[in-house]
Design a protein around this ligand. Structure first.
Ligand code: NAD
Length: 252
């Protein structure tokens, strides 16, 4: 159990990719701090399943929310900035409030968690900062202006902190999945049907899987396996990288 004694905060870990990461870290002995929204009883069950995980329920779209999260989480050795949201609409119809919210959660929250987590990591001389970015940190798709802008920002932010923290035993890396079958993807299907005038099956096969040469959705567990590897001592020289796990999408 190579993560025994380590404390891992995974934002947005009540569902999807974040939950799979929390499970993977807990299986290696880490003490988990969960964050995210969801049904209280479901979350209580997850906490128990993860060997008594802590849970800090804060909305990360404001600096105050992130500050409260970091206060509740305490000193963490592993920080995974994973919470994210999506909205699909043509640029001229994109609601400005939704733009602000997506940039706040998908990009600015990474800055706030990181600035608050780094002092303890520096003190210990060890840390792992991992961002769940996206294939959309490398390439764009239409109708996703806020998401693509935020994810490209995360890629740049991660490279910058990787350089700043390199001599402190702290690494910072992005993982960039293609389409993973989670509520985030399922929930964007109706708006994509509207924006593109397509049926549900057409969106799945002609938009989502069309992008992935393997024609398979990535699984949350596959993404979690990369996050776990990045926490190993063998990964101490992987720093400032952006790991694609997208079936070959961004190779085109
Ligand atoms: P999901 O919807 O299953 O999970 C999102 C999590 O974020 C949930 O725990 C939710 O409660 C939490 N969350 C949402 N808004 C929040 C807020 N304001 N404050 C705190 N927590 C909040 O989605 P997912 O697919 O597992 O997405 C996780 C990350 O992976 C996101 O950053 C997403 O952009 C990224 N990603 C997903 C895919 C995909 O295809 N699913 C692909 C590439 C990248």
């Amino acid at each position: 159990m190579f993560l025994s004694g380590k404390r891992a905060l995974v934002t947005g870990s009540t569902s999807g990719i974040g939950l799979a990461m929390a499970r993977a870290f807990a299986a290696e002995g880490a003490q988990i701090v969960l964050n995210g929204f969801g049904d209280e009883q479901e979350i209580a069950k997850i906490r128990e399943e993860l060997g008594g995980a802590d849970y800090v329920n804060e909305d990360l779209t404001t600096a105050e929310g992130v500050e409260a999260l970091m206060k509740g989480a305490g000193e963490v050795d592993i920080l995974v900035n994973n919470a994210g949201m999506q909205h699909v609409a043509p640029v001229e119809e994109f609601p400005p409030a939704m733009w602000d919210k997506i940039i706040a959660l998908n990009l600015t929250a990474h800055f706030h968690t990181t600035r608050l987590a780094v002092p303890a990591m520096k003190k210990k001389g060890w840390g792992r900062i991992i961002a769940t970015a996206s294939a959309h940190s490398l390439v764009a798709s239409p109708f996703k202006t806020a998401y693509v802008s935020a994810k490209h920002g995360v890629a740049g932010f991660t490279k910058t902190i990787a350089l700043e923290l390199a001599t402190h035993g702290i690494t910072a890396n992005c993982i960039s999945p293609g389409y993973v079958w989670t509520p985030l993807v399922e929930n964007q299907i109706p708006d994509t049907m509207k924006s593109r005038g397509m049926t549900r099956d057409q969106v799945i096969n002609e938009v989502l899987l069309e992008q992935q040469p393997t024609k398979k959705f990535v699984t949350p567990e596959q993404v979690a396996a990369i996050a776990l590897f990045l926490c190993r001592d063998e990964a101490e020289n992987i720093n400032g990288a952006n790991y694609s796990i997208d079936g070959g999408w961004t190779a085109e």
